[in-house]
Design a protein around this ligand. Structure first.
Ligand code: HEM
Length: 516
């Protein structure tokens, strides 16, 4: 740093979040935006607790979110919903429709404002949609869609709740602390659909995994430094780091299974999970009103609900260990989206994520845009078939853009660990590498147990709805759940390397004296 000229962007102090960077200066608001916004103490979580409220000009949004929680809005699909509960949510939704469409340009002063705005608006949108009666048309009012999509353009995120909204930027400290890293038991959530501890513990299980995962990020960094050196001492150090990684990964499995202590499976399945559904999880299309007058605001091809499959730490572990999740073959399907006055189309079959897109268009999604019907009055997402992009790649479009870039950078390293281990011919190093992979496989086994407990079990016990299709259980992101999760687990195990002993030394040349 001492060698950097004083006006180099890496030498600039962190801009004041409330003032923003001066015109023409690189935005380093996120402390390390230039460095993928990955913090050495908190990893993909921000180093400071997220903003809890926007400035007064956006107070009407904050107030509506407060009220949705204070009134305990209920799922519109709740079986025993009372008429009071229906009336309560209808009057709240009427207030959403009557909101003025607030300007968003001043939110651009700060990444922190934009994040909070995405959090508040996306949360209001899910409250709005999922509190509707189950047979009502889903038309999201313009005072939500227009500012939300404007914020999405800035953040390069889709207009839906993401893992960053419900985990990364949804926490505060229970008790103030000066520790550089929040203690795992000192976290609480800012926003909840149900107000229940079960829901809070569900998000906090992921938050704790992110924080414990910081040590894994440090191991990755140190290993990559040693791969650059590449000598015998480096191999010994990497061996040691990989054994440490096993301990971190086993802690992640423990933290994952600890979700059972605070979150009851039936509560999760019936009361919490339905709030997460994206446009691709239901049979009703989502219409975004008010886009007729905003042709610049483009809807993505599909909108999946939040999932920890959007957690960058797990993607980073795969990239670091060289686990390849590209399906051996995947079928060709089509997604359809419409957007008033918009005729954009993009396609890609690449499994790697694309660069930062200036629009909220999902990266690498295959989109067929059809003209909006006359009088439709908004963009419509009618996505019911999975697009041809692998699920885990699709999930990257839902991550904060700096983290997405970090994963691309990690995946493009010129010195991949797995290849270095395969080449080294060092049995001890290979054992350590395989042990790390096995620990990641154990994490995925633990995850399968959690999914069996929280989704498969309750779905079997649930009363039939009468509208079941094939009977295939689908994930939040529309995946064929168990088959998909098992295949991801198996691909992790398949990355293991087999030690090939070096060929035996050539036999000594025959001695002439033996020829008698
Ligand atoms: C009660 C707790 C949990 C449940 C019920 C659950 C459920 C699911 C489901 C349904 C999927 C399928 C993908 C989708 O459609 O969304 C999934 C994928 C995934 N989940 Fe979870 N999850 C839980 C906790 C966690 C936690 C705490 C993490 C780690 C931060 C995590 C990480 C992942 C990952 C990385 C995937 C993608 C598949 C993989 O890479 O193995 N999950 N989860």
């Amino acid at each position: 740093m001492a060698l950097l000229p004083p006006n180099h962007f890496l030498a600039l102090p962190r801009p004041d979040a409330l003032v923003g960077p001066p015109t023409g200066v690189v935005d380093t608001t996120t402390l390390a935006a230039h460095d993928f916004d990955v913090d050495t103490r908190t990893g993909f979580m921000p180093p400071d607790p997220p903003l809890v409220r926007l400035l007064s000009q956006w107070e009407p949004w904050e107030q509506l979110l407060d009220d949705a929680q204070a009134y305990s809005l209920q799922l519109g699909s709740k079986i025993d919903i009372t008429s009071e509960e229906k009336a309560q949510s209808e009057s709240w939704r009427a207030r959403v429709r009557q909101l003025p469409t607030l300007p968003t340009s001043e939110l651009r002063q700060s990444e922190l404002f934009l994040r909070r705005a995405h959090h508040v608006l996306a949360w209001i949108m899910h409250f709005y949609i999922h509190s509707l009666p189950p047979d009502a048309e889903i038309r999201i009012p313009a005072p939500i869609t227009v500012p939300l999509l404007e914020v999405c353009v800035q953040l390069q995120l889709p207009p839906v709740i993401t893992y960053s909204d419900d985990v990364l930027y949804n926490w505060a400290l229970k008790v103030p602390s000066v520790e550089p890293t929040p203690a795992l038991d000192n976290l609480r959530c800012l926003t909840l659909f149900t107000g229940k501890r079960d829901e809070e513990e569900f998000y906090l299980a992921s938050a704790r995994i992110e924080l414990r995962g910081v040590d894994a990020l440090e191991i990755m960094r140190a290993t990559m430094d040693e791969l650059f050196v590449g000598d015998a001492l480096a191999a010994r150090r990497i061996t040691r780091y990989l054994h440490s990684l096993v301990r971190v990964l086993d802690d992640l499995s423990r933290l994952l299974l600890a979700v059972r202590e605070g979150c009851a499976p039936e509560v999760f399945y019936h009361e919490i999970r339905p709030w997460f559904n994206g446009a691709d999880s239901g049979s009703r299309k989502w219409t975004f009103e008010g886009l007729d007058s905003h042709p610049e605001l483009v809807l993505p091809a599909e909108l999946s609900g939040p999932s920890a499959a959007q957690s960058s730490i797990i993607h980073a572990l795969d990239a670091f260990l060289g686990v390849d999740h590209t399906p051996k073959a995947f079928t060709s399907t089509t997604t359809t989206t419409t957007n008033t006055n918009t005729t954009t189309s993009s396609s890609s079959s690449s499994s790697s994520s694309s660069s930062s897109s200036p629009t909220p268009q999902l990266e690498a999604a295959t989109v067929d845009v059809i003209p909006t019907e006359e009088g439709e009055g908004g963009g419509t997402i009618t996505h019911h078939v999975p697009p041809k992009i692998p699920f885990l790649t699709r999930m990257r479009a839902y991550m904060p853009r700096h983290h997405r870039n970090f994963l691309r950078h990690l995946g493009a390293t010129p010195r991949p660990l797995r290849e270095a281990v395969a080449r080294a011919g060092d049995a001890t190093l290979m054992d350590a590498y395989n042990a790390s992979l096995d620990a990641l496989r154990r994490f995925r086994d633990a995850h399968l147990r959690v999914v069996a407990l929280y989704i498969v079990g309750p779905s079997h016990r649930a009363p039939p709805t009468g509208k079941s299709g094939t009977g295939t259980l689908r994930g939040t992101g529309g995946t064929d759940l168990v088959r998909f999760l098992k295949s991801v687990r198996d691909r992790t195990a398949e990355a293991a390397l087999e030690f090939q002993p070096p060929p035996p030394p050539p036999p000594p040349p025959p001695s002439s004296s033996s020829e008698a």
